[in-house]
Design a protein around this ligand. Structure first.
Ligand code: DQA
Length: 143
């Protein structure tokens, strides 16, 4: 199983700053990830939270179950050492995803506290980045 974990404000995809994040809703994103999982023959579970402690708990669960993770930590990406410390406990690969190209945006979005512990980072490709991450993780799991 692959866990897709989305952080704060990502539940508002579709209505949130559509010029930056597009018109795809979080429900559409869940469908895209589940369909990608079906195509790949891997179970995919998508979760979203606006609460940092809940995200930390999900990362602990992924660490305990040795699950690969696709993580869009939203704004936490840029400053949450708690999320980083939880993600650092994972034994299976982590792929960091951002819908927008954070390097084209404000300076404070350029730094990620997660990138150096991620297997890879996909950004700026919209929600397609999730499908690409799942594809790569499914291959990584097969070895
Ligand atoms: C984001 C980029 C972050 O800077 C921002 O805080 C988000 C979404 C993205 O997917 O592009 O919430 O992670």
């Amino acid at each position: 199983m692959i866990l897709v974990l989305n952080g704060p404000n990502l539940g508002r995809l579709g209505t949130r700053e559509p010029a930056v994040y597009g018109s795809t809703t979080h429900a559409d994103l869940v469908e895209l990830c589940e369909k990608t999982g079906r195509d790949l023959g891997v179970e995919v579970e998508v979760r979203q939270t606006d609460h940092e402690g809940e995200m930390v708990g999900w990362l602990h669960e992924a660490a305990d179950r040795a699950l690969p993770v696709v993580l869009n930590a939203g704004a936490w990406t840029h400053y949450s050492i708690a999320v980083r410390d939880a993600a650092a406990q994972l034994s299976a690969p982590l792929v960091e995803v951002h819908i927008s190209n954070v390097h084209k945006r404000e300076e404070f979005r350029r730094h990620s506290v997660l990138s150096d512990i991620a297997a890879g980072v996909i950004l700026g490709l919209g929600v397609d980045g999730y499908a690409l991450a799942l594809r790569w993780l499914a291959g990584a799991a097969r070895g």
